[in-house]
Design a protein around this ligand. Structure first.
Ligand SMILES: Cc1cc2nc3c(=O)[nH]c(=O)nc-3n(C[C@H](O)[C@H](O)[C@H](O)COP(=O)(O)OP(=O)(O)OC[C@H]3O[C@@H](n4cnc5c(N)ncnc54)[C@H](O)[C@@H]3O)c2cc1C
Length: 388
């Protein structure tokens, strides 16, 4: 049997096993820095250096712009995130945002903008950001208020984006804005360099699992017309392209985190005695551990299948990516909660790995499509496909 993604059922093809191996080696090198980085609200320089040296950030862009593979490949991104999230959410986020923040440039950037930015994204010389969310707008992106207006040959942007990963540390933000076209509200994307005049950053929020987050404020930012990404009014096509390629990788990260949490719980349960036996033989503990293992393997089967399908045709397989994202992030929430329970009071100790995983699992069910929003969209597709 040829070793291609299409033939892949139960094992990863060699190319992906190699990439996963490199990611595990990077995660190993990150061990001395992960406690510090995962509590930081700005990009950790050691993590940045390690990721750049590993060359894995080159998966974020296609080969023609200095990338590792011919195209950005959902399965490769997913297996890397699985390995990185098992050690550090900070490293995982730094890795995946290079792709998520720059994909609109890959798909819709002018050649000048692509050549100026994408090789720097691949080398981690430039940090990428994606600006969709606003203070009053989350899931309902059509309600955004950030405006894009044409000003002669230039583009003018005004608005505030909120909860933006890498906000304050990114070198550019692929930004969704509303633009009036033929008297109608239309949505367009534009590349906003962080050093453009009128761009400023505030950091009003920090979340339970620290994350590099900032609000990006744009006041009369004026940019050359070639900073437009994609066609005027077709901004959502680029958002959809980004989600279709990267959403499944959140499932990979959740998988890695859940596996790492289970390792912690198993080691603890096998090493601690109560009532004269180790915890792994007591009451509901064996079932909690075995159920967690089972759920992880179920999520892995769906995640790899969805990621391989997304690598072939991201848009046609977005329903699978969405299912994998919901299944794997919800699974990670359950598993890490059970692992804390298995470890008793030791699962609650601040600064321990398990406590960190417990906090880090939580945002995954909210960003890149919350569970409820994804389920609502899947239900609509289900009825459309199957109802008479
Ligand atoms: C760690 C982190 C990093 C982030 N990074 C970025 C980033 O880089 N760029 C960016 O643009 N944004 C980013 N975000 C924002 C993120 O995309 C939003 O949090 C997300 O879109 C949800 O929006 P919201 O939080 O405003 O929730 P809301 O949209 O207010 O939703 C609140 C609740 O209502 C439910 N809900 C909403 N609509 C529906 C519906 N139609 N049907 C059923 N239930 C519904 C939701 O599921 C949720 O439970 C980040 C968020 C976090 C936590």
């Amino acid at each position: 049997m040829s070793d291609t993604v299409d033939d892949m059922m139960f094992e990863l093809p060699d190319q992906y096993r190699e990439i996963a191996g490199q990611a595990r080696a990077l995660a190993e090198q990150a061990v001395p820095y992960s406690d510090r980085a995962d509590e930081s609200d700005s990009v950790d320089p050691d993590m940045r250096r390690l990721l750049a040296d590993s060359g894995l950030a080159r998966l974020a862009v296609p080969e023609r712009f200095g990338g590792l593979l011919p195209e950005v490949d959902s399965l490769a991104i997913t297996v890397v995130r699985e390995a990185l999230a098992a050690e550090s959410a900070h490293l995982d986020s730094l890795f995946c945002m290079q792709g998520i923040g720059s994909f609109a440039i890959v798909k819709g950037g002018s050649s000048a903008v692509q050549e100026a930015w994408l090789p720097r994204v691949a080398s981690l010389d430039a940090i990428a950001g994606l600006s969709l969310t606003e203070p009053d707008v989350g899931s309902d992106l059509k309600a955004i208020t950030t405006t894009l207006t044409r000003d002669g040959d230039m583009l003018r942007i005004n608005g505030r984006k909120s909860f933006i990963t890498n906000g304050g540390d990114a070198d550019f933000y692929s930004t969704l804005a509303v633009e009036e076209i033929d008297g109608q509200r239309a949505y367009s994307m534009v590349l906003v360099p962080a050093d453009a005049s009128g761009v400023s950053i505030e950091r009003p929020h920090q979340i339970i699992a620290p994350h590099v987050l900032g609000d990006v404020i744009m006041e009369d930012v004026v940019l050359p017309a070639d900073h437009r990404l994609g066609e005027p009014g077709k901004g959502f096509a680029l958002v959809l392209a980004t989600l279709s390629t990267f959403r499944v990788s959140v499932a990979g990260a959740a998988l890695g985190l859940a596996e790492a949490a289970l390792v912690e719980a198993v080691r603890h349960a096998a090493g601690r005695e109560q009532f004269g036996v180790t915890l792994d033989r007591l009451g509901g503990i064996p079932a909690a551990l075995a159920m967690s293992w089972t759920e992880i393997e179920m999520a892995r089967a769906l995640t790899y299948r969805a990621a391989a399908a997304a690598a072939r045709d991201p848009r046609a397989n977005l329903h699978l990516s969405s299912m994998a994202k919901v299944a794997s992030t919800e699974m990670a929430g359950r598993v890490v909660d059970r692992c804390v329970q298995v470890m008793g009071r030791f699962g609650l100790v601040r600064g321990s790995r398990i406590e960190r995983f417990y906090r880090e699992a939580r945002p995954m069910r909210i960003y890149e499509g919350s569970t409820e929003v994804i389920l609502d969209s899947l239900a609509k597709q289900l009825v459309q496909r199957m109802a008479p």
